[in-house]
Unconditional design. Sequence first.
Length: 282
Amino acid sequence: MEFMTQSGAAAGPIGQGTWYLGEHAETLQQELSALRAGLDRGMTLLDTAEMYGSGAAERLVGRAIQGYDREKLYLVSKVYPHNAGRKNIFRCCQASLKRMGTEYMDLYLLHWRGGVPLAETVECMEKLKADGLIRNWGVSNLDADDMNELFSVPNGGNCVTDQVLYHLGSRGIEYDLLPALQKRDVSVMAYCPLAQAGRLRRGLLGHPAVTETARVHHATPAQILLAFLLTRPGVMPIPRSSRAEHTLENAGAADVRLTGEDLARLDAAFPAPTRRVPLDMQ
């Protein structure tokens, strides 16, 4: 499944995340420049959430897209689990739209599973779709069992994506979730595709298998991590960047074509799991 804009063009293949963006006045202009640099390079999918900075990231997205053709953009936001039922979701969706300054969302996601029954959330998502406030809906942080349950409820099969943490050092979804979603033509939106800050990120970017692959392709280690995900059908990475130069580096990953030898090298260093593992969320 491809993320198609209202204009009929495909978004991507790499989107832009906004977690932690828009929260500090002193970095707003820098972050706006980063998002716009990506838009200008064809990274037209912008992912945000009502949770991010209590709406600050959505407002940043609204500022970033001013002057761009809305029909050529693909805007994604997420609703808190406790807001994902009849009592709150319609108000929350309208609030997210207002913060982004748009009349519709291309994709609205359940941020993670909470106490609201999936059937109720699906019913509400379908109503938002019928009302023209969203074009499609999906979920985030749902594992294989959750997805099987979702598909069993009325209209649950209309889910178009599951947004999950996925990168070279965290390949748990490859055991069961990713194959199941690919079979149903449900896309995977990979957040934190470069891993989060700390030892794991350093271990990935500085690993000899990654740096050697980067050398062969005259690319950066970050581009290799993104290019690895792009070899997986139906997967779109959504890296977050607060600087234009890093956004452009991310965009360049779409031009890297990993070979079978490259993938064997990366697989040997970071093997896929041979058993089911819990879904990573950090």
